[in-house]
Design a protein around this ligand. Structure first.
Ligand code: ATP
Ligand code: MG
Length: 877
């Protein structure tokens, strides 16, 4: 039976039992920040189990994509554990319970899938008599086929809250799949008794006291592995042989070096990981050193390393993506739609890792030798950190390689290094930005400040707290730096990237200039500033006035940010997510996930799209709604933000974009006026940053550019329309001049050389030239010397020049003369000594300098004598 049929039969069956069939949720948990990845069918439905949310129907069935990292070490070593798999499940939220769940599961296994009864076994929690009775009396499973298992295996519980016993269905894969141990039975760790379905009966709640209390609303949560059902129904012994996986396995088998194709485990690991990698990227995970990005990176780097061990070349995983998309695409269309994108990400990550893999492996080998030489068995944490930091080895990968060799890793030492690095980064961030100091605002902890700045920029209020350096004041006076709280305020405190408002707070006797507005650690709005005039008293009535022009600029920037976010998603793909932002009156900054630099065309398309929405002048609406409703409308939420379920603020610009946002915005997009991107750059692995300007500043920017062009045109003495052409002409002229200048210089040097050649003397059969020339530096001096040598195959040369009030000297001897014992370095040393300097070099070439310019002529004259001396010395020896 095909896997797709198994999936279909399951969902159809429960649909016929009044279950709402929901599509698989994303692998990325949508409402549980504590969870990295979805690892079971019930995980995305958790809010329905806890009662936090109302389910759309009391009975639900799904086929859910799952990633289970804890099983990573078992992948390949068993035939039945994958990190990525699909889980079929039926769920009851306070509706049917044990009896229904057991009856239907049995009916489906026997009559739907037609698995032979004599191969089936079941397990129950040893104390669960209710389950035993249903299996034994109602269904008729003989008592010796019902295994009672302990808490470890058959009681589901995580921390406090809902929990309960389980009951599992096993399929006997036959003796040949077993481990040959005489004790092999249901529950054995080998591949013989395959757990295909687990039924969880959540009937208790674990209280803080340790007590188990019966729940009023009892739930059913079941999970059946699709790949495992396929193993049973296709009569194969591992998931690598089932229809969905076999072609991928064969793909890698063929890529492996012929001599290494018998290495079953590595082949299985690559096969398995490649599926998980494709699905994770398809759901928007990007490789990184943290969280789910780390899981992805670890899977990919692990697979690549095993690929290399099997002798595979080039990009290994990327090549399998189209195949996986082909096999799985009809059920999971996102794989097909994002196939190119998935290939891009895997390609980039593979390339990045392969570049350092060999190097890192060599270094690790050295470390291992060192450890062995010292008779130890643990890799120090700082070395593991170096591999991680410099060569991209995930800690667990290093640990695994070491483990293969019977060695350990100092995880604590590694963690310490990592912490130290993070602390440094944090300290640097703090130094550049500064963090709020909690204790400073203790006095504000119990106070309430109400924000009225969505509706108004001016507000009458009572000053409820005045602080000077954290100390409460009854009165503040001129020139004091202060922090004040009002019971109501129109000032927006910095949040969600939008910077704080500025403005004035005025009382009958004084005025405070507000330079920034922030939140206290407990959420009160704090105005920071300076008393500009007079004195202001606590409990006094004041008028708070926000700087309206500045706020208007901020609103323009903020709405622009939303339009930009949407435009980026449209142009680059839905993986683009806001990673940070700055919304200021004069500029905006937007950080987002993307794997490569934007092209000029992409940037232009994004800028154009935003401006199109500006010109369309769509209304910008703010609505309070529920999280559920907002999600339904496709509103974008920021991952790192926390939202209340039943009251979220949704900002939309026409139908173009909807975002959950607490910021201030223009009333219609036309107010933005103009939007210009200023720069785009990478700010870390997989992170990009765009800086842009809107409104007045965008106009100012184009104006400045206009001025610049005008200035250019004026200095080139031409009309703007001819600027490009004129500039090209100037450049051509410039190049032509440069060329003729070089030619002239060469000709000059040549003619100087001619004069020099006439000064060559013959001393005892040797050509000797010593002369003063004009040269600004050693380099020109040598150029002249080379030119002389080009004309004379055998010669000793000493050239001197005066440059910047100093003497510079070079000397050389052709190799035939060096062989006769002439040494240019010795020669020049003597000459340099005569001008009060020194130098050095080799027998064939030397350079030197000196201070005494007046002595240069006589020093050069001495060369003749010095050469004679050298020849004499040679003859005597
Ligand atoms: P096992 O003991 O075999 O690891 P489990 O007890 O961890 O399984 P559950 O958490 O009960 O499994 O998950 C429900 C079902 O999902 C299992 O009955 C099995 O069919 C399937 N399943 C669990 N883990 C995996 C895995 N790593 N790969 C493939 N299928 C799995
Ligand atoms: Mg398990």
């Amino acid at each position: 039976m095909q896997s797709s049929t198994i999936r279909e039969i399951f969902l159809d069956y429960f649909s016929s039992k009044d279950h709402l069939v929901m599509p698989s949720f994303s692998l990325i948990p949508q409402s549980d920040p504590t969870l990295l990845l979805i690892g079971a069918g019930m995980a995305p439905l958790k809010p329905f189990f806890t009662g936090e949310k109302k389910p759309p129907h009391p009975r639900v069935a799904t086929c859910q994509k799952c990633v289970r990292t804890p099983d990573i070490e078992r992948v390949g070593h068993t035939g039945r554990h994958a990190t990525f798999f699909e889980m079929l499940g039926n769920f009851s939220f306070g509706d049917y319970f044990k009896e229904g769940a057991i009856e239907w599961a049995w009916d489906l296994v026997l009559n739907g899938y037609r698995l032979p009864e004599d191969r089936l076994w079941v397990s129950i929690y040893y104390e669960d008599e209710e389950a035993f009775k249903i299996w034994n009396e109602k269904i008729g499973v003989p008592a010796d086929r019902i295994k009672r298992m302990g808490k470890e295996d058959n009681f589901w519980e995580i921390g406090l809250g809902p929990c309960g016993p389980c009951s599992e269905i096993y399929y006997d894969m036959g003796e040949e799949a077993g481990c040959d141990s005489p004790d092999c039975a249901v529950g054995c760790d080998c591949d013989r008794y395959l757990e295909i379905w687990n039924l969880v009966f959540t009937q208790f709640s674990r209280e803080a006291s340790g007590e188990l209390v019966e729940l009023k609303q009892k739930n059913i949560d079941t999970g059946a592995g699709l790949e495992r059902l396929a193993m049973a129904l296709q009569g194969v012994h591992s998931i690598y042989e089932i229809d969905m996986v076999k072609p991928v396995y064969e793909h890698f088998y063929n890529l492996a070096d012929k001599s290494r194709r018998d290495q079953e485990v590595p082949l299985r690991i690559i096969t398995e990981h490649s599926r998980g990698i494709a699905f994770m990227i398809g759901d928007g995970v990007i490789p990184s050193n943290e969280g789910r990005g780390y899981v992805l990176r670890r899977l990919l780097r692990r697979a690549v390393r095993f690929g290399k061990l099997l002798g595979m070349e080039g990009n290994i995983i990327t090549g399998a993506v189209p195949l996986i998309a082909d096999i799985m695409g009809s059920t999971y269309p996102e794989l097909k739609e994002r196939q190119d994108y998935i290939c891009q990400i895997t390609g980039l990550e593979e390339k990045r890792f392969q570049e350092t893999l060999t190097q890192g492996m060599d270094i690790l080998e050295d470390y291992i030798e060192d450890i062995r030489a010292r008779d130890e068995n643990t890799l120090p944490g700082d070395l593991a950190f170096k591999l991680y930091d410099t060569y991209g080895f995930p800690l667990d990968l290093t640990a695994e390689i070491l483990e293969e060799k019977g060695l350990d890793i100092d995880r604590e030492g590694f963690a310490e290094k990592l912490r130290a690095q993070q602390d440094r980064a944090r300290a640097a961030a703090k130094a550049s930005g500064g963090e709020a100091d909690d204790s400073r605002y203790r006095a504000a902890e119990q106070l309430t400040t109400q924000f009225t700045g969505y509706e108004t920029l001016e507000q009458e209020a009572t000053l409820i707290l005045a602080l000077v350096e954290g100390e409460t004041q009854t009165e503040i006076t001129k020139d004091q730096k202060v922090e004040v709280l009002l019971d109501k305020t129109p000032f927006y405190a910095e949040a969600g990237g939008q910077i704080g408002d500025t403005g004035h707070i005025e009382s009958s006797s004084g005025r405070i200039k507000v330079e920034n507005t922030i939140y206290s650690p407990w959420g009160q709005i704090i105005h920071q500033g300076i008393v500009e005039e007079g004195r202001v008293f606590a409990e006094e009535t004041v008028t708070a006035r926000v700087d309206g022009g500045r706020r208007q600029g901020i609103c323009r920037s903020h709405t622009s940010t939303h339009l930009l976010h949407r435009a980026l998603r449209k142009a680059l793909g839905e993986h683009v997510n806001q990673a940070g932002s700055l919304v200021a009156p004069d500029r905006l900054r937007f950080d987002f996930n993307h794997f490569s630099a934007l092209t000029a065309d992409e940037l232009q398309a994004v800028e154009e799209a935003v401006n199109k929405m500006v010109l369309a002048n769509v209304p910008v609406k703010v609505e309070m709604t529920t999280l559920e409703e907002a999600e339904k409308l496709g509103a974008t939420a920021i991952f790192t933000e926390k939202y209340e379920d039943n009251s979220v603020r949704m900002v939309s610009a026409g139908e173009y974009t909807r975002e959950l946002c607490g910021g201030t915005h223009v009333a219609s997009s036309g107010e933005i006026g103009l939007f210009k991107i200023v720069s785009e750059e990478g700010i870390g692995s997989g992170l990009r940053r765009i800086e842009a300007v809107a409104g007045q500043n965008a106009y100012k920017r184009t104006l400045e550019r206009d001025r610049l062009i005008e200035k250019f045109a004026a200095s080139l003495n031409t009309a703007e329309s001819r600027l490009e052409q004129k500039f090209a002409e100037h450049m051509a002229e410039h190049r032509a001049l440069q060329k003729s200048y070089h030619e002239l210089k060469q000709r000059l040097a040549a003619s100087e050389v001619k004069t020099l050649l006439s000064e060559v003397k013959e001393i005892e059969g040797i050509n000797v030239l010593s002369a003063r020339v004009t040269a600004e530096n050693q380099e020109t001096l040598r150029m002249v010397m080379d030119e002389v040598k080009n004309h004379l195959p055998s010669v000793v040369v000493v050239l001197g020049a005066v440059s910047d009030g100093k003497v510079i000297l070079v000397s050389s001897a052709t190799s035939d003369l060096v062989n006769r014992g002439i040494r240019a370095d010795h020669l020049l040393k003597e000459v340099a000594r005569r001008v009060g300097g020194g130098g050095g070099g080799k027998p064939a070439l030397a350079q030197a300098g000196g201070k005494d310019t007046a002595a240069l002529p006589s020093a050069l004259d001495s060369v003749e004598e010095l050469v004679r001396d050298q020849l004499k010395a040679v003859d005597q020896s």
